[in-house]
Design a protein around this ligand. Structure first.
Ligand SMILES: N[C@@H](CCC(=O)N[C@@H](CS)C(=O)NCC(=O)O)C(=O)O
Length: 226
């Protein structure tokens, strides 16, 4: 890769930012991170982000890319040792399951915004259904396809991270009957790049974010976490 200067426009809690940071770290790409307040978006950000969303990757101070999957693929392409499998079907399948990961993130947003218990439970069942599918697809240990960490692992790490916080105050047991997902989840949580993708106060910030939803999940958070 010729020397390029990367700045990732980010938000402290965003799971799509996290997958990009994990990719940057896994590929040892030097970068700077600029966190912005999504409730008060700077004017320069609106010019760079047509959808008003993070992450945005600024390349050499003048070019910008949006959409985390595109950013991860680009970073993977401009550096050696791809984080995708070599086999075309396997690679396509990883990409398809990355899409599934984004669908799970949408489900998680619906979960924490659900006002009523019944809706919350229905969405949780939908999420479990998607992980049941993944349980059948998981072909390796400790990561999705075995020893090598791939882009798909970067995508699922922030997804599992939500459940670390949910499990600190609820009994969802999302992965109770999914032993392979449990092992995958554990391995991802111990990966250095995954740990480094968020700040130490991430759990407290997420809890505060969940309280502010004023939704069903907010009511489950005990006073000691507030
Ligand atoms: N498909 C987008 C999704 C990114 C996204 O939804 N980012 C959220 C934060 S996690 C965002 O910036 N939302 C805008 C807002 O909250 O106003 C991607 O993969 O980059």
């Amino acid at each position: 890769m010729k020397h390029q200067n990367f700045n990732l426009i980010s938000h402290v809690l965003c799971p799509y930012v996290q997958r990009s940071i994990i990719t940057l770290k896994e590929k040892n790409i030097p970068f700077t991170r600029t966190d912005i307040d999504l409730a008060n978006k700077p004017a320069w950000f609106k010019q760079k982000s047509p959808m008003g969303k993070v992450p945005i990757l600024i390349v050499d101070d003048n070019r910008a890319l949006f959409e985390s999957s595109v950013i991860c693929e680009y970073l993977d392409e401009v550096t050696a040792d791809s984080l995708h499998p070599r086999d075309s079907f396997e690679k396509a399948n990883h990409r398809a399951l990355i899409e599934l990961g984004s669908a799970i993130l949408n489900n998680i947003a619906s979960l924490y915004n659900a006002k009523e218990k019944a809706r919350f439970q229905n969405i949780h069942t939908e999420i479990q259904g998607k992980f049941q599918f993944l349980e059948k697809e998981l072909s390796g240990i400790p990561f999705f396809s075995g020893d090598k960490f791939h882009l798909i692992d970067a995508v699922y790490s922030p997804i599992f991270r939500y459940f670390e916080v949910f499990d600190s105050f609820t009994e969802l047991n999302t992965f109770a009957h999914l032993p392979k997902c449990q092992l995958w989840r554990k391995a991802l949580s111990q990966r250095k790049s995954v740990k480094q993708a968020v700040s130490e106060d991430y759990p407290a910030l997420l809890v505060q974010f969940l309280i502010n939803r004023d939704s069903y999940i907010s009511q489950l958070i005990p006073p000691k976490n507030r």
